[in-house]
Design a protein around this ligand. Sequence first.
Ligand SMILES: Cc1ncc(COP(=O)(O)O)c(C=O)c1O
Length: 367
Amino acid sequence: MNISFFNTYISPGAKHKVAEVLDSGLLSEGRLTQEFEDTLKSLFAWKNTICLNSGTSALHLALDILDIGPGDEVILPAQTFVATGLAVLYCGATPVFADICYEDGNIDPESVRLKITSKTKAIFAVHWGGYPCKLDELKALTANKNIVIIEDAAHALGASYKHQSIGTVSDITCFSFQAIKHLSTGDGGAICINDSELYEKAMRKKWFGIDRKNAPLSELGERIYNLNEVGFKYHMNNYAAALGLANLENYTTRLESRRKIAEYYKQELRSMASVQLFEESNDCKSAYWLFGFHVKNQLQLIKKLKTLGVPASVVHQRIDRNAIFGGTNHDLKNQALFDSTQVHIPMHDAINETTATYIIESLKKSL
Ligand SMILES: Cc1ncc(COP(=O)(O)O)c(C=O)c1O
């Protein structure tokens, strides 16, 4: 059996849709980008969204529109991909690593409370594997403070927090549509912003700082504008949007399949004494970009599964260990424990009943 750990989903209709864009010659941002944004908004009940060329761009843009810079601190978990921390460094701000909850890998509000200083300007709430963070507890910590919660929902498209769609809960939410994400545009991302002024600012800054709507063409043929802020080239182009639109068509069904596989994994693993499942609350729904759990014999299990043709992995190792972030923070006790016991098994569109059964049988033989 050939099982991959990650998978790139490309809908059968995608080739045609992308070819249409190539034939049209209209490759850059355009009608399809707008259509993709509108479809995302209606599917996930988002107030607004701006599609971008990556999730990393979304994270950077989020900090940039808040004017976060040198001297400011941004709190984040180490249990994430380096993109979350790099976005902070792009702004010249200081990443401050908080501990996670061992039970689900998400940032621990109590640790965040201890890390808040007068310099804290934002908190990155990374929904690890697609399961939402404790957003109410984080919100309570920022009440009456000038601190913005930015959700890094790179893993959480379609997840819900207390029955609310992720993308509608906090002031700013960032998504990724990178190749192996649930919804891929090749590379791409999106940002949802509640405040209308910040939204307009992001609209300008995603395209060099030029306000397209109010920059008409002059008689000489050049747009009329006068840049007074640094902008970026972060917009999403039409052919990425075409791929996104095609892949979005059956997104709800695909997400349901993931949830069914997760239910099956949980049901089978629950009774196994050596496995500790990640905790989930009834009023939150994961998007299951990943499926993880804890075991004591992590390396042994990963090696044994490999011999049976089942790829398993720790996926991202804590990012603070990288020299650029200052090296491992030894005060993150739950993180250290999580590092030594977390294991993730395949969870993607190519997993069906047969492969899921084989994965579970292999796990039972290996534990
Ligand atoms: C948690 C998290 N945040 C941000 C990103 C960055 O997204 P992108 O690759 O679209 O830039 C990733 C990427 O995989 C991620 O896993």
